[in-house]
Design a protein around this ligand. Structure first.
Ligand code: SAJ
Length: 426
């Protein structure tokens, strides 16, 4: 049993990070209040439901009890405040820290002395010192004496069936030893995962940026290799399978783009931070350019393959399969599909779309419908529903060209059926 001593926890932000955290804290015996500005979202949660699809919550939410509110007056007298608000980037890829600042201000105006404040939102190194700390000092608190501030970067992976807030390893940094101690105690109560202690809060902020930038550059690496191999008719999926037999190789997979709220966003935090310190992140920037260019690369491939069958994008019925940024979830943030759809539409295609997780943006209601109406297909999201389409269904519907943006279809069988097929690097 965890040692919560019925402490009171307030989670600021009832999104894909805060809601699971609040539910698990309630399950583990904390007295929990969830705070969010969006009343509609709170009304759904108050019914024991999640405002977004997350299987992990389907089982948990109906069986836990915690208060939700959009009134700052209701968040007083908590022992622990955890800030889980969005930190997106603007159109110039500059981090938007406004929500973190607003949440910090709300907490600073409603907390009692002695509370612990933990920031989980992903931020670039220095934000806790330059944005969060001054807000609490201006409210009259002394860090390490009557308020303790820590950073524990969120590691929620939407739709992941194995990793969630009850077992994720965590990284924690604070301004002082007491803050670190209390934060480690808190996370020991809610996760079975290892808790890595950093020497300071800046190292905790940097950890998330490093781990996600690592993923972005590795995806860019295989994307570049895929485009190069495509010119000499090498199938990169076989080469990655071959390289994976090497003990030190870490496979990543080429695709039509990198979406989501983390991977395409977090490197820009470091790129912008570097500019402040007169340091140019050449490698991170090059990787972002490659990954951002994959949507256009995919559309160019569509054009070429349509030309091979004496067609043009303009006037052809093109079915885009998949709108969300990754398989088997409905999250649209930074989804490459939105860029591909926009570009194909601008080129005059007779555009059809279908994503079982995004009905609101699907022109067709079923997979059968889009297959029936399309002359060419672009697979952008490797939902399970798409990976098992029998080749016969492509043939009987007269599909002439298939661009497989996630290398998830059977290339050999499709080509054997006389359909023009191209993947990303295969
Ligand atoms: N992608 C590729 N090739 C790959 C892996 C992903 O093109 O080899 C694309 C996906 O299609 C998607 C995007 O990149 O469009 C991001 O995919 P992701 O699997 O990284 O999924 P995310 O964005 O949900 O990343 C989360 C991250 N978790 C947090 O930031 C807390 C990331 O750190 C995890 O590494 C990732 O989940 C994971 O490993 O599942």
């Amino acid at each position: 049993m965890t040692q919560t001593n019925k402490q009171k926890v307030c989670v600021i932000g009832m999104g894909y990070v805060g809601l699971p955290l609040a539910a698990v804290c309630a399950k583990d015996g904390y007295d929990v209040t969830g705070y969010d500005l969006d009343k509609g979202k709170l009304d759904i949660i108050a019914q024991g439901k999640s405002p977004f699809y997350e299987e992990f919550l389907d089982d948990l939410l109906p069986n836990v009890k915690f208060k939700v509110t959009n009134d700052p007056e209701d968040i007083k007298h908590n022992d622990i405040y955890v800030i889980c608000v969005p930190t997106p980037v603007d159109e110039k890829h500059n981090p938007i820290i406004k929500y973190v600042a607003d949440a910090s201000f709300t907490v600073s105006k409603n907390m009692d002395k002695g509370a612990l404040v933990i920031l989980e939102s992903t931020v670039n190194p220095g934000v806790s010192e330059q944005v969060v700390k001054p807000i609490f000092e201006r409210a009259g608190f002394t860090i390490g004496k009557d308020v303790f501030i820590s950073h524990c970067p969120e590691r929620v992976d939407p739709g992941n069936k194995k990793w969630n807030v009850t077992n994720l390893p965590r990284v924690v940094g604070s301004f002082d030893a007491e803050g670190l101690k209390r934060t480690v105690e808190f996370y020991k109560n809610i996760t079975s995962g290892e808790i890595a202690e950093m020497d300071n809060i800046r190292e905790a902020e940097a950890t998330k940026i490093l781990e996600n930038s690592f993923r972005d550059i590795n995806i860019a690496f295989v994307n570049e290799m895929a485009m190069s191999f495509a010119k000499i008719d090498i199938d990169i999926t076989n080469v990655i399978r071959g390289a994976s037999s090497k003990f030190s190789f870490m496979p990543h997979y080429p695709g039509c783009g990198v979406g989501g709220h983390c991977i395409p966003v977090d490197p820009y935090y470091m790129i912008e931070k570097g500019k402040e310190n007169d340091f140019e992140h050449k490698f991170l920037s090059a990787a972002r350019k490659i990954n951002d260019g994959m949507a256009d690369y995919t559309v160019e491939m569509l054009q070429d393959k349509l030309n091979d069958v004496s067609k043009a994008v303009k006037g052809t019925k093109i079915g885009v399969l998949g709108i969300s940024y990754k398989a088997n979830i409905g999250d649209l943030r930074e989804s490459p599909s939105l860029r591909i759809i926009d570009k194909i539409k601008k080129m005059g295609a007779d555009l059809l779309t279908f994503d079982p997780y995004v009905p609101q943006l699907s022109t067709e209601k079923t997979l059968a419908e889009i297959l029936k109406k399309s002359e060419a297909l672009v697979i952008v999201t490797n939902h399970n529903e798409f990976k098992d389409i029998p080749v016969e269904d492509f043939v009987k519907n007269g599909i002439k060209v298939i661009i497989d943006g996630r290398n998830c279809l059977d290339k050999k069988a499709i080509r054997a059926a006389g359909i023009v097929y191209a993947g990303i690097g295969r």
